[in-house]
Write a protein that binds this ligand. Structure first.
Ligand code: ARG
Length: 469
């Protein structure tokens, strides 16, 4: 098969060469964006008098047929066709003959691929953002129902202070809502059309870049032709945002894996999202969070891979840039798959409130409250801390909880203890006491859920704005 650029060559490329440099196996997924870009381009060429209206109509008609056949999977895409841009043009010429050869007037594959990618990128970011919104909504629903549920809070994975399960879930909501912000930010920065930048320096025809930018739904044409064809910052920004989303999912995954062990027993994952063992009949394995935790690494890999591709590139286009696509597609696919499965996983998992409550009785979660009690009576906090440390040491020795101590026993450590200490050490009282803004008292958590619901509503509106454009 002769290449479209074969004019200056005296022989055909080697089959090994075709296989090596072809991107068709992975850029075929850009065909809709490629055809959309071509449509906008020929309409603009006709409007600017560069081709005739009749030529435009023939090309549009041909593109429609090619798109239909690609939709149906009825076109072969062998590596000799090089990439999706060449393939569409090849079939167009086959379909409508000579006039098809006018499509590439005032255009290069360099501005073409950059345009296709940005279109695909925008679609992907919006799909990802919508999944994140759904995930946030599930977290809010579950948090709202668990504002009063007691859970041991940990630092160093050692029991620290009692918290509300709702508060814990809202911590993840905060992470994912920042992630949403990051996605929308990078969407706004990428919303410029490279089309009309030509190979690198602009084109010699009287084109209208505003027109193609508008038709393709971009805010404006990209300002510098050299930058427009070689910039992949938007993909790096997406991969960075994706890496953080995966990091957040992975941290949550780690907790779910731990919480699902018999030792913790805080959650029971729904059977529909769990697996068994081929040898051990008793097993129920948390494959979803494990796989998500595992996939996180490959998304980081895509980010580092693309940054490395870019770091040594002179302006403008270099074939190295073809390596951008697999990194982006793989990360986006795995990110979306992870979010899609996490939504029903979180929706359906059961919380074992009794186990969580029982775990709050271990590990002296109320010790800080006793120190605070003494400090509020005028003892310097450091001194209070030391006294409570002694209480805990003795209690550990005699196998008692702080709730088990009598007033007389408390008073052996300090005469500042009065009868109300017996209520102060109740675990639920410790939860209620953390009334500071952003704290875990159920009243605060209910407020936080309300604020979060309002914020998610605003983000949804912003998403709708993007979708309308
Ligand atoms: N397949 C190429 C890519 O993905 C398209 C651009 C090719 N441009 C070129 N000058 N060879 O980057």
């Amino acid at each position: 098969m002769a290449k479209m650029w074969s004019g200056r060559f005296s022989k055909e490329t080697d089959a090994k060469m075709d296989d090596f440099h072809s991107s068709l196996s992975f850029d075929r997924r850009l065909y809709k964006e490629d055809i959309a870009g071509s449509r906008a381009h020929v309409r603009m060429l006709a409007k600017c008098g560069i081709i005739t209206d009749q030529e435009r109509d023939l090309i549009l008609e041909g593109l429609k047929k090619i798109e239909k056949r690609l939709d149906e999977g009825a076109l072969e895409l062998p590596p000799q066709l090089e990439d999706i841009h060449m393939a569409v043009e090849h079939y167009l010429i086959q379909e409508i003959g000579e006039v098809g050869k006018k499509l590439h007037t005032a255009r290069s594959r360099n501005d073409q691929v950059a345009t296709d990618l940005r279109l695909y990128f925008k679609k992907t970011v919006l799909e990802t953002a919508q999944l994140l919104v759904e995930l946030c909504q599930v977290l809010l629903v579950r948090a709202k129902a668990e504002t009063e549920t007691l859970l041991p809070g940990y630092t160093h994975l050692q029991p620290a202070q009692p918290i509300s399960l709702g508060h814990h879930l809202l911590a993840y909501y905060e992470m994912f809502s920042r992630d949403l912000g990051r996605l929308l930010d990078c969407l706004a920065r990428a919303d410029f059309s490279p089309l009309g930048s030509g190979a690198l320096a602009g084109v010699t025809y009287p084109i209208d870049r505003e027109m193609t930018a508008k038709e393709l739904g971009f805010r404006a044409p990209a300002a510098n032709s050299l930058d427009a064809v070689s910039d992949r910052d938007f993909l790096v920004e997406f991969l960075a945002a994706a890496s953080l989303i995966m990091t957040h999912l992975s941290r949550l995954s780690e907790e779910l894996v731990l919480w699902a062990t018999p030792a913790f027993g805080f959650v029971e994952l729904d059977d529909a999202y769990s697996t068994g063992s081929s040898i051990m009949p008793q097993k129920k394995n948390p494959d979803v969070p494990e796989l998500v935790r595992g996939k996180t690494g490959r998304v980081f890999g895509s980010l580092i891979g693309l940054l490395t591709v870019l770091k040594g590139l002179p302006l403008a286009y270099n074939k190295d840039l073809q390596e951008d696509k697999e990194a982006f597609f793989d990360a986006a696919d795995n990110l979306k798959a992870s979010l899609s499965i996490f939504i029903p996983l979180l929706e359906t998992m059961g919380f074992n409130r009794e186990r969580m409550f029982a775990a709050c009785a271990e590990g002296y979660l109320n010790a800080t409250d006793v120190a605070d009690y003494l400090a509020k009576k005028g003892l310097p906090f450091r001194e209070a801390h030391r006294i409570v440390g002694e209480v805990v040491r003795q209690a550990t020795f005699s196998g008692k909880k702080l709730e088990d101590l009598t007033l007389e026993e408390w008073q052996e450590f300090s005469d500042l203890f009065e009868a109300d200490i017996l209520q102060v050490v109740e675990i639920r009282a410790c939860l209620e006491a953390r009334q500071s803004y952003g704290g875990t008292a159920p009243r605060r958590v209910r407020e936080a859920v309300q604020e979060a619901e309002e914020r998610i509503r605003q983000i949804k509106e912003k998403l709708q704005d993007f979708l309308r454009r």
